[in-house]
Design a binder for this molecule. Sequence first.
Ligand code: SF4
Length: 276
Amino acid sequence: MKISQMKNLKVNYHLLEACNFGCKFCFARYAQKFPLSFEHMKNAVEKVAASRIFSGINFAGGEPFLIEQLPELIDFAKKSGLRTSVITNGSLLTNEILDFVLPNLDCIGISFHSICDETKKKIGSCSNNGTVLTNERLFDICQYIREHSDCKIKLNTVVNSYNKNELISGFVKNLCLDRWKILRCQSFACNDDMLVNDKEWSDFCLRNGDVDTAVFEDNMKDTYIMINPAGFLIKQSPDEKSYTSIGSVLESDMKELLLQHPLHIDEYKMRYEKSA
Ligand code: SF4
């Protein structure tokens, strides 16, 4: 990307690869099993904020709430002048944890791929013992966030071969979301039998498209800026099956790193404008 484009951007910091769920289409394959120490995580956030290139940071994983100090890290990012968000599978969100994080969060995103518990399990969106985020618990979480904060709520749904025929929009409307992001399953880390063809994708979008806040993404290549758990800026590899490391955020100049990032700035901007 060009220097003139380096302003007001948002970075996704994937703090760890580990997750208590096992979605079969998971993108969190960073070949880096362990997160940085908490001090180094803070350093990475500091570098992001000090660069003045980014106005926002999204904490992701794996499952970021597996990191005990996540509330402290979000607080640190907020105090460093960044808008903050987090993407989670929601399974670890107790009201007590929400009380800790909500004052410093601008947006919380929850991954939720089906309204049927059996389908959630087939997708792998459950813990080892088969515990899922139930529809009722998701509803309660959204209600709690609404009642106790101004934090925006986003839902992410990945359309795949298991949920492709579902009608989810009625349930989603009741959640009163700020955004429902519907993503097409990518061949990144899953078997091809998880993918949906063009017709199945457009049928799902048509069937569920009556939600005002819905946005659809069928191609995500080079439209995200990502830091991996080792603190490296990464990009998708040409084979689209893995990531290539550009350089360490902790050790390099952020502008120099971003110059090597093939960001599709128009698609990138469109996504965030659509979701504003
Ligand atoms: S909840 Fe997210 S990070 Fe965890 S397995 Fe599913 S897609 Fe991967």
